[in-house]
Design a protein around this ligand. Structure first.
Ligand SMILES: Nc1nc2c(c(=O)[nH]1)N(C=O)[C@@H](CNc1ccc(C(=O)N[C@@H](CCC(=O)O)C(=O)O)cc1)CN2
Ligand SMILES: Nc1ncnc2c1ncn2[C@@H]1O[C@H](COP(=O)(O)OP(=O)(O)OP(=O)(O)O)[C@@H](O)[C@H]1O
Length: 296
């Protein structure tokens, strides 16, 4: 790749002037509205930078690498804290978070959702009660018009490519190589499951996992870039179709909420609209604040 192409990609990923890079690194609070969509960059490892007049670009590449390095450090700290979390506290927080979701009007009124299948080995906030409520309603109701439709993640490859496929029962899931339950592409009788990107109707709610969050909507994932890539594509689809953007809600244990300035972000990172913690709902974006104010 030529140096110019690298420079352009790195700048596009940072989407900042050099002077404001420090602000990103130290994590100045972002506005409540989400920033413009960034461009995903390739890791710049194999590029040879010329020695003249490129110090700024080199600095930017170094800073970007430093940002990913800081993310890795934070990930391992949070993983460690989650591993030593008291079991009864964890179970108490799992229950409180799920009750907060189940009682929320934005959850009750949602018709089509994407949610993660929690993995206890990864110490993720439990979603089993939410999933069984959604799927039970589907089974009870029988009427597709009023029951909620559920889409869950399926990792397709290691290049941050994930799909969200429709399931109607927990029996539709099998463990993948990472030991996370996910749907096979086709059901038991060979019919392909509906991919949310091909659905005719919009998703209104995403329930998101993550390792760390803050009150400005920053989210640190597990490092694969799967959700950021997927969410940007879905937001683009919603724009093209003039759909209302889905509400992005992340579930967080108390210890996963960081002070502002701790979570490094590039503009590739999609901000969440709200958090659900054991103590309640934290609206962040304008859209979440509106729903919260209106009791929606
Ligand atoms: N429940 C759940 N499903 C999900 C995600 C998720 O975060 N949670 N994903 C969200 O992207 C995608 C899968 N991505 C994943 C990325 C990393 C690991 C993982 O096991 N990470 C280890 C560290 C591995 C390493 O560093 O080599 C860990 O975090 O302990 C799991 C899933 C799609 N499905
Ligand atoms: N130094 C680097 N320069 C450029 N890209 C990088 C670098 N290190 C990692 N990446 C890429 O960035 C992506 C991971 O981004 P990030 O660390 O923001 O993930 P994340 O917060 O876990 O996101 P998600 O929750 O979406 O999985 C991966 O696609 C990875 O290949």
């Amino acid at each position: 790749m030529c140096t110019h192409a690298l420079t352009t990609r790195v700048k596009a990923a940072l989407m900042v002037q050099p002077a404001s890079l420090a602000a990103i690194l130290i994590g100045t609070p972002t506005p409540l509205l989400h920033p413009p969509l960034p461009v995903r960059l390739q890791p710049p490892a194999a590029v040879h930078l010329p020695t003249v007049s490129m110090s700024t670009d080199q600095d930017e590449t170094t800073n970007l690498n430093e940002m990913f390095h800081q993310k890795r450090i934070l990930r391992s700290k949070v993983r460690k804290a989650l591993k030593s979390m008291d079991l009864s506290l964890r179970s108490q927080e799992d229950n409180a978070i799920q009750s907060n979701v189940l009682e929320a009007s934005w959850f009750k009124s949602s018709q089509r959702l994407c949610a993660y299948i929690s993995c206890s080995a990864l110490r993720e906030v439990d979603t089993s009660k939410l999933l069984s409520e959604i799927l039970q309603n589907l089974a009870k109701d029988g009427c597709a018009q009023t029951a909620k439709k559920l889409y869950v993640p399926r990792v397709e490859d290691k290049n941050s490519h994930m799909r969200m496929l429709n399931i109607s029962s927990m029996d539709d899931l099998i463990a993948n190589s990472m030991n996370i339950l996910e749907p096979a592409p086709a059901d038991g009788v060979g019919n392909l499951r509906e991919d949310v990107m091909q659905a005719n109707d919009p998703v209104d709610l995403f329930i998101l996992p993550g390792l760390a969050f803050d009150r400005s909507g920053r989210r640190l994932g597990r490092g694969g870039g799967y959700y950021d890539t997927f969410l940007r594509k879905y937001q683009e689809l919603a724009r093209e179709r003039n759909w209302k953007q889905p509400l992005l809600v992340a579930l967080s244990y108390s210890l996963q909420i960081m002070d502002d300035g701790i979570i490094p972000v590039t503009l590739q990172d999609v901000l969440v609209d709200a958090l659900v913690t054991p103590s309640g709902f934290i609206p962040i974006s304008k859209s979440a604040l509106e729903r919260f104010d209106n009791g929606l």
